[in-house]
Write a protein that binds this ligand. Structure first.
Ligand SMILES: Cc1cc2nc3c(=O)[nH]c(=O)nc-3n(C[C@H](O)[C@H](O)[C@H](O)COP(=O)(O)OP(=O)(O)OC[C@H]3O[C@@H](n4cnc5c(N)ncnc54)[C@H](O)[C@@H]3O)c2cc1C
Length: 401
């Protein structure tokens, strides 16, 4: 927006780059990264290890790929983080980034502009407000839209030292006996001797507190995590908005939807494994393009085009992938292990999924084939319908608001 000549002010409540996230390694799936059109420094991943099953059934699978399936990025304040990279890009423009300024309220000013007030007493006037303030967006709350968002899961991430992990080593852990409907991951830092241990817990299935979940992960992987120490940790929330959630709101400017919600504030997320980085960047790009058009043509009603555009470009994909999420959650521990060992022997198929993002189309036949000798498979459609129904109804209140 600043490059296109708009006066841009960014308000960040934290005092430093990195926002509310503590340091951790995150991953872009290849289908997101390759479509970003943004040269984000990252480390490619061409091998993934998977742990699944429990007790005597525990398995360690290794999948090698011809080309990268994930790109690793660091979050946080350090100079090599994606947050610093994005800040450096902004620093080369005329945009004014103010740290330690917390959005508090927005109201319509007498001149018809939006007046934004911050907790420290600051006051800023603007034609367009882009809300990029994360999963618990204050802007949504202030506009009375908070109920249209619900957290879908809680993540626990720890930066650990002393874990037996190579640089950039990437491990996925699926064990529904210990963590129903949830998954964990370990990522070795590409350059330093640390690792990120992450657990994404789906609240409807949670059976203990986060610390116990983490202890149970250490207990499950004693060879890797046994001698490790947590340097810092945080819990984070992931969200997923309803298909018809509001993506913009008016503030009294004659029917103009002049507040645009991007990233987690707009409920954007790839629901498969809660990938939110690329949807945040992609929605921000759509919002910025719309704002530039509207302001430079002095035609604010053009802002109303953001919501239908974002639905077309981003929400259609989300909706398709949520079915895969339901499929994963319909599986039993045993089916999940069988499926994972089946795909471990077919890396080219997995690579295709990670290149295209077409989970259901590629994986569903493999799930059915992998479990072909298991009569319980016949109950799968019923279980799928039950899981979809229960998750949908759990999200109904937000739809009504
Ligand atoms: C544990 C965990 C692991 C994850 N791993 C991955 C992964 O591997 N891959 C992936 O793609 N996604 C991952 N995600 C999701 C991804 O991190 C988020 O979707 C992404 O950060 C969303 O970006 P955002 O800009 O919308 O929000 P955020 O990154 O949360 O940024 C919001 C910003 O707004 C600021 N802010 C908040 N309130 C105010 C206010 N009132 N005034 C001013 N500033 C304010 C915050 O300080 C913060 O800087 C993970 C999430 C969690 C919790």
């Amino acid at each position: 927006m600043a490059r296109a000549g708009l006066d841009v002010t960014v308000l960040e409540k934290k005092k430093m780059i990195g926002g509310s996230f503590s340091e951790n390694m995150e991953a872009f799936p290849e289908y997101h990264y390759s479509r970003l059109d943004l040269p984000i420094p990252s480390k490619p991943v061409k091998e993934v290890k998977i742990f699944c099953g429990d007790g005597a059934q525990k398995q360690r699978l290794i999948i090698h790929f011809q080309s990268p399936v994930f790109r690793l990025v660091k979050r946080g304040t350090s100079p090599d983080s994606i947050d610093s990279y994005l800040f450096q890009r902004v620093s080369k423009t005329s945009a004014n980034v103010l740290f330690g300024e917390r959005f508090d309220k927005a109201r319509r000013g007498i001149d018809g502009r939006i007046e934004v007030l911050t907790s420290s007493g600051g006051s800023f006037k603007c034609k367009v407000l882009v809300a990029a303030d994360g999963v618990f967006s204050s802007v949504r709350k202030v506009l009375g839209m908070a109920r249209s968002q619900k957290t879908e899961g809680v993540g626990f991430i720890a930066k650990v030292e002393g874990a037996q992990l190579a640089h950039s080593e990437t491990i996925g852990i699926f064990n529904y006996s210990r963590w129903p409907g949830s998954y964990c991951y370990l990522i070795g830092y590409p350059e330093e001797d640390y690792a990120t241990a992450g657990m994404t817990i789906r609240s409807p299935y949670a059976n203990s507190n986060l610390r116990k979940y983490f202890d149970s992960l250490v207990d499950y992987l004693p060879d890797i995590l046994g001698g490790s120490r947590v340097v810092e940790s945080m819990r984070g929330f992931v969200t997923l908005g309803m298909r018809n959630r509001p993506l913009s709101a008016g503030l009294g400017l004659g029917g103009v939807q002049n507040v645009l919600f991007v990233g987690e504030a707009g409920g954007f997320q790839d629901p498969t494994l809660a990938f939110g980085l690329a949807p945040a960047l992609a929605s921000a790009r759509l919002a910025a393009t719309t704002a530039v058009q509207a302001v430079s043509k002095n035609n604010l009603p053009l802002l109303n085009e953001y919501a239908p555009w974002a639905r077309r470009e981003l929400i259609r994909d989300e909706t398709r992938r949520i079915s895969f999420r339901y499929i994963l959650e319909s599986m039993t521990e045993n089916e999940m292990s069988t499926f994972l060992s089946y795909i471990a022997g077919r890396p080219e198929k997995v690579e295709k999924v990670m290149r295209t993002g077409e989970y259901v189309y590629n994986f569903l036949p493999m799930i059915l084939r992998s479990a072909a000798r298991n009569p319980k498979l016949l109950t799968f459609p019923f279980r799928f319908a039950k899981v979809s129904r229960s998750l949908k109804s759990r999200r109904m209140p937000s739809q009504r608001s």
